[in-house]
Design a protein around this ligand. Structure first.
Ligand SMILES: NC(=O)C1=CN([C@@H]2O[C@H](COP(=O)(O)OP(=O)(O)OC[C@H]3O[C@@H](n4cnc5c(N)ncnc54)[C@H](OP(=O)(O)O)[C@@H]3O)[C@@H](O)[C@H]2O)C=CC1
Ligand SMILES: O=C(O)[C@H](O)COP(=O)(O)O
Length: 553
């Protein structure tokens, strides 16, 4: 149900599937305790369509008490979920991935992405499929890594004999608070929920206001898949009022946040002593060397810089081009910019859509104005209508300009001409950001040297920065974040290590039969039943069959 009224997700055939997530007045409910609810606040928050700049959806504004209840339900649900066998948790994730990929569900989510964050049609569908795939991959990776622990013996550390046996495994943290941003509200929510759930945690989600309705539709797929009540909640709040309450709530055991630096740093300063996963902004630099394939570099500037109108943390946000090739590169990029299609996100061939908000468009405009005032050359001419900004390459940018350092999050790409590769590396490393970067050269040896010298979480060689595929490690340094993501790293991050140490009455070395004969006299069975179990399951003779002596113990 939309205020604007023409959202495909709400026409007849989908009403059955998603009808329960919206009330009679068209206000989207929040999800807690396994049910869809309207807040007792009776207040709603508008979600503005970036293209029309009119309210399109409305979401319920939860109260402090409702948020608190969601945390308490999560605590209860997590206790049983942690005891649910790992293979069953994985089965549930595979199931929801299947539900998300069902045509009607995929369409419903994608249509919301188009309407509330102006995600271009084809990218909206890709985001849903990618997110479902992420859940399936997480299920399989979880089985692989959570079924293994470590076994250590004490005599490897000086001064110890072999009388301590250490077993360690990964256990859940408890409740994960997931806070995703507007630009990938589905993908960056499942990238938190999937790892959290497979590891045995509960999740409370605070969706971005702009993007909340897509998130709620996606959460409904979890609801339809039969996840236990309370395990997943999605509470829509006014961040300025209840943000701090959520991030400092005593039941939160971990915060996984993706968004702007300012918000992320402020949350990290207030949060208590809990693990923080922070994916913040970026000023992803592309260094283009003299020997680069310039057609490849130009294509990557277009794709990397203008996809989703540059509203990606991994967008190319500055090009550092060697003077000798800069003219040729700029002209190739300009030729491709001329072919970009600017239009509404609903159109299948649209490349450049409206940016998410008027505030964002104003900010981008201020960066461009500052660059022009300070002598930069704008290659296409400045054009803006509402939230729509025409794609722009800004040449001859210098370090005095704000756009050399700040993240536009829009379809404008600055080009700085550099005299040496060292100058490019120096610029990249002087940034407060350190998310991704890339280098274009045909010389792999140079590429490795530049990659090593660039202080960013990831460096791509001969391709634009990108997070995906989603199982690759993904991390920022400096103000770009804390911790490493990607499916595997996120699963590990959302667990803690639990260790059990078996203390033996005397040192024990793996001597096979002699050991067990000695042990008989010690009545180990009564004193240390877990030791017996360990012996029984871990000792084999050379042919691989169980030793009869063990079974007699
Ligand atoms: N490094 C990475 O992986 C990525 C980084 N980003 C970065 O995100 C930014 C754009 O996203 P945007 O959504 O505008 O970022 P914001 O920082 O404005 O918001 C991110 C999330 O935080 C919420 N939030 C805001 N204030 C608080 C608070 N006090 N307490 C709790 N939650 C709060 C927002 O809610 P609400 O919407 O209600 O304000 C939203 O859900 C860019 O800087 C971009 O670089 C984006 C994607 C990936
Ligand atoms: O955080 C983002 O902006 C997106 O996760 C980027 O993902 P991509 O680089 O794989 O498009």
């Amino acid at each position: 149900m939309s205020i604007g009224g023409d959202c495909r997700c709400c026409v007849d055939e989908e009403i059955d599937a998603f009808g329960e997530i919206v009330d009679g007045n068209g206000v989207f409910k929040y999800y807690a305790d396994g049910a869809w609810k309207i807040s007792s606040s009776e207040e709603s928050l508008p979600v503005i369509n970036p293209t029309s700049r009119e309210p399109f959806f409305a979401i319920t504004a939860c109260t402090r008490c409702e948020v608190n209840k969601a945390f308490h339900s999560a605590k209860e649900a997590q206790k049983s979920w942690a005891k649910t066998p790992l293979f069953k948790r994985a089965e549930m994730l595979h199931k929801v991935a299947g539900v998300m990929k069902e045509k009607k569900n995929m369409e419903a989510i994608a249509e919301c992405l188009i309407k509330e964050v102006a995600k271009p049609d084809k990218d909206a569908y890709t985001e849903v499929v990618r997110s479902a795939d992420l859940l399936s991959y997480t299920a399989e990776e979880g089985i692989r890594i959570l079924s293994q622990g470590k076994f250590l013996v004490s005599d490897s550390f000086p001064g110890n004999e072999r009388n301590k046996l250490c077993l360690s495994s990964k256990v859940p943290l408890g409740i994960i608070l997931a806070i995703p941003p507007f630009n990938y509200p589905v993908n960056l929510t499942v990238s938190k929920i999937g790892p959290a759930l497979i590891a045995g945690n509960a999740v409370v989600i605070k969706p971005p206001t702009q993007g909340a309705v897509s998130t709620l539709h996606m959460i409904h797929c979890f609801h339809m898949s039969g996840f236990p009540k309370g395990l997943i909640s999605c509470v829509t709040i006014k961040a300025s009022e209840l943000g701090d309450y959520m991030t400092t709530h005593p039941l939160v055991n971990c915060i996984s946040f993706t968004g702007g630096c300012e918000t992320g740093i402020s949350i990290s300063q207030k949060a208590g002593m809990i693990p923080l996963q922070m994916e913040l902004g970026g000023k992803d630099a592309m260094i283009v060397l003299e020997d680069a394939d310039l057609d490849l570099a130009a294509t990557n500037i277009i794709k990397g810089g203008f996809s989703y109108s540059g509203q990606r943390c991994t967008a190319v946000k500055i090009v550092l081009a060697m003077e000798g090739i800069a003219d040729a590169l700029v002209s190739k990029v300009n030729a491709q910019i001329a072919k970009l299609k600017i239009g509404p996100p609903e159109r299948i061939d649209t490349d450049i859509v409206d940016v998410v908000s008027e505030a964002s468009a104003d900010f981008i405009e201020s960066l461009v104005a500052d660059a022009i005032d300070n002598g930069a050359k704008i290659c296409q001419g400045w054009k803006r209508r509402g939230n729509k900004i025409w794609p722009l390459l800004i040449d001859n940018v210098t370090t005095e300009m704000r756009i050399a350092w700040e993240e536009p999050f829009g379809p404008v790409i600055p080009v700085m001409r550099i005299k040496s590769v060292e100058e490019g590396i120096e610029h990249c490393n002087s940034s407060k950001y350190g998310l991704q970067g890339c280098v274009f050269t045909k010389d792999i040896n140079k590429a490795i040297l530049v990659s090593d010298a660039m202080e960013s979480g990831t460096i791509q060689i001969n391709a634009a920065p990108a997070r995906g595929p989603d199982h690759f490690p993904f991390q920022g340094i400096r103000d770009s974040g804390i911790g490493s993501q990607g499916v595997t790293n996120s699963i590990n991050f959302m667990t803690k290590i639990k260790t059990t140490v078996i203390n033996l009455p005397s040192a024990s070395y793996s001597l096979g039969k002699i050991l067990f004969l000695e042990l008989k006299g010690l009545a180990m069975e009564r004193a240390f039943p877990c030791f017996q179990l360990w012996v029984t399951t871990s000792t084999r003779n050379r042919k691989g069959s169980w030793m009869p002596e063990i079974l007699k113990l």
